[in-house]
Write a protein that binds this ligand. Structure first.
Ligand code: MV4
Length: 584
């Protein structure tokens, strides 16, 4: 086993990995951005190193700085968590070259699955069926038309280097082929910096079912049951459950075996997830995620297997301690994602800011994984996942009831959360009856009358005093050290005015009133400009779509009038408060 693991991540997943290491007697090294100086993962780790910077690019994604810290810390392994470097083959190679173990799959497997066309070919090679489609790069809409005429419409046009549904467009008929291909290319370019696309028959009402796999370096690979992640909105999962309900045992077994074949076919090692679409009793391979996923705890609760422990063990060269026949699925687990988003009216607007108070649920079968405590702040610069409620019940109705009970106990003040939307899903008869699909939240669930008032905590309970950096020289047992202290501004000799300053956390001035200047609420990327100069708009009409905090957000008109100016194009980076268009 390793002696010291560096966790190249933040938030709940960093905390999750630190806990597993602690139980195995492995020392932990946290890294942190300026904003995360006092974060829970930093508080829990044995050691912590500053990366500097605020945005993910300046901190958790700064390769050179992270590589430097890995060396400085003396860590013999790195756990990437999810996101950030978790599916970056170059990073995996860079640390392996230093003699440090990457706790994840071999870089070659990451590369095969990162390219969605080679990911299709990888399944084809081992006889696992994908959705009917082609592995040719699309150069012309006539290819889409020919495919649609032969296999039937609609046809999905997907980004070859995409993921998460971004850059995916659907052509319903031959006359939509050209426009949808152009649109898919543009969006792929904006998101991924390249525009290669391929196509598949589009399944109109599938469920998203995935299989957890685990492989060691000695050729052993098992599947650990299924998860259903159909309750999602705009490719952001809201609720996941394990096992995928209402699927015959023999289909589950066939899906598991298919997943193991795909994993073995690319010499996979470590934990991974093979995604399928399930429709009309049949399943189709979609792609493989070469990382530990957000929803892994649902699998842990139904199998009793600690996936992070097993990741560490197989990365250290151990043999899997079980084979397929030893794995039993018991009961039912549900994971509820709690995001700092305001779901009022079904809008899901990001809601960063300080968590003035948080009381988490407890009790039989109840687990809450989070990276925050009362007083911590959800930054606009990172993923806005506050935590994950994961419950186990001996059957699905028990798990649903337990999830609702636990959500009732969960109290979060200071930021708006997705809890009301989660409750709406869990208490809906369609969810109970498993008649939902990946379209259900967006097309059937009615969240229009949902009101999630932001619970404003007492501002004085949060530490709102701005801190400043003070450098000091100290001597410890005669040895000189330079230390940096972060002290309240008012405590320093120099510095700003004493006293409390109210942070502009609430909505960041995002929702101006009736202004003709259309501003974006936070930094992000423009993925779509919906209007043109000269268009007439009404209050509430979408003007641009901004991707921020992993979400696509409509930026809407706050007054009616004519668009006189558009200041951005697809793919542009913008900062909070930037004016993107003008209405007169
Ligand atoms: C599809 C599809 C239907 N037909 N491919 C979206 C995310 C990416 N992993 C693949 N996705 C889809 N691919 C074909 N040929 C429908 C989706 C899809 C989806 C998949 C999983 C979970 C949620 C989804 C929501 C919308 C569309």
């Amino acid at each position: 086993m390793f002696s010291k693991v560096l966790i190249a991540n933040r938030g709940e997943i960093a905390v999750r990995v630190i806990r597993a290491c602690r139980e195995l007697g492995v020392a932990t090294v946290a890294v942190y951005s300026d904003l995360d100086r006092d974060a829970l993962h930093v508080r829990l780790a044995d050691e912590a190193f500053a990366l500097g910077g605020q945005t993910a690019a300046e901190s958790y994604l700064d390769t050179e700085t992270i590589l430097g810290v890995i060396e400085k810390s003396g860590a013999d392994a790195v756990h990437p968590g999810y996101g950030f470097f978790s599916e970056n083959a170059d990073f995996a190679r860079a640390i392996t070259d230093k003699g440090v173990t990457f706790i994840g799959p071999p870089p070659e497997a990451i590369e095969i699955m990162g390219d969605k066309i080679s990911a299709r070919e990888a399944a084809e090679k081992v006889g696992v069926l994908s959705v009917p489609g082609s592995t040719d790069l699309l150069t012309d809409a006539t290819q889409v038309i020919a495919f649609g005429e032969e296999h039937g419409w609609p046809v999905a046009i997907k980004a070859a280097y995409g993921g998460g549904g971004r850059g995916m467009k659907v052509a319903g008929s031959a006359d939509e082929a050209e426009a949808q291909l152009d649109s898919a290319r543009r969006e792929s370019q904006a998101y991924f910096g390249r525009d290669e696309c391929y196509m598949e028959r589009y399944l109109t009402n599938p469920r998203h079912v995935e299989v957890q796999v685990l492989a060691d370096r000695h050729g052993n690979c098992v599947y650990l049951g299924t998860r259903d992640c159909s309750a999602q909105r705009r490719h952001q999962k809201l609720i996941e459950e394990a096992p995928a309900p209402a699927i015959p045992d023999e289909i589950i077994a066939a899906m598991g075996e298919a997943a193991v074949k795909v994993a073995k076919g690319c010499d996979y090692v470590n934990a991974g997830t093979v995604e399928f679409l399930y429709e009309d009793g049949g399943f189709h391979y979609l792609e493989m995620n070469t990382r530990l996923q957000v929803e892994h705890p649902a699998t842990e609760l139904i199998t009793g297997i600690d996936l992070v422990e097993q990741q560490l063990r197989v990365a250290a060269g151990e043999t899997l301690p079980f084979s397929q026949v030893d794995i039993e699925v018991r009961g039912h687990a549900i994971e509820v994602r709690i995001n700092a988003e305001d779901p009022s009216g079904g809008a899901f607007l990001p809601s960063p800011g300080p968590i003035t108070s948080m009381k988490t649920p407890d009790g039989f079968g109840t687990r809450f994984d989070t990276g925050y405590e009362s007083g911590d702040e959800i930054s606009q610069y990172y993923d806005n996942l506050i935590g994950k409620l994961v419950v186990w019940g001996h059957d699905r109705p028990t798990a649903i009831a337990r999830a609702l009970r636990a959500l009732d106990e969960l109290e979060i003040e200071g930021v708006a959360t997705t809890i009301p939307a989660d409750v709406a899903i869990l208490s809906h008869p369609d969810f109970a009856a498993v008649t939902h699909s990946t379209k259900w939240v967006e097309e059937t669930l009615d969240l229009s009358s949902l009101v999630a008032p932001r619970v404003e905590g007492d501002a004085d309970t949060a530490d709102e005093t701005p801190k400043v950096k003070r450098d000091l020289d100290v001597e410890v047992n005669g040895k000189r050290f330079s230390v940096s202290m972060w002290v309240p501004e008012s405590a320093g000799a120099a510095g700003g005015a004493p006293g409390r300053v109210r942070r502009s956390g609430s909505r960041g001035g995002a929702v101006g009133h009736g202004s003709g200047d259309v501003t974006v609420p936070m930094q992000g990327t423009i993925v779509n400009v919906i209007v043109s100069v000269g268009d007439e708009v009404e209050i509430g009409d979408p003007i641009v779509i901004l991707e921020a905090m992993k979400m696509e957000n409509n930026v809407n008109a706050e007054k009616a009038g004519t668009i006189t100016e558009i200041r951005v194009a697809e793919g542009d980076s913008v900062g909070g408060g930037d004016v993107v268009a003008v209405i007169e």
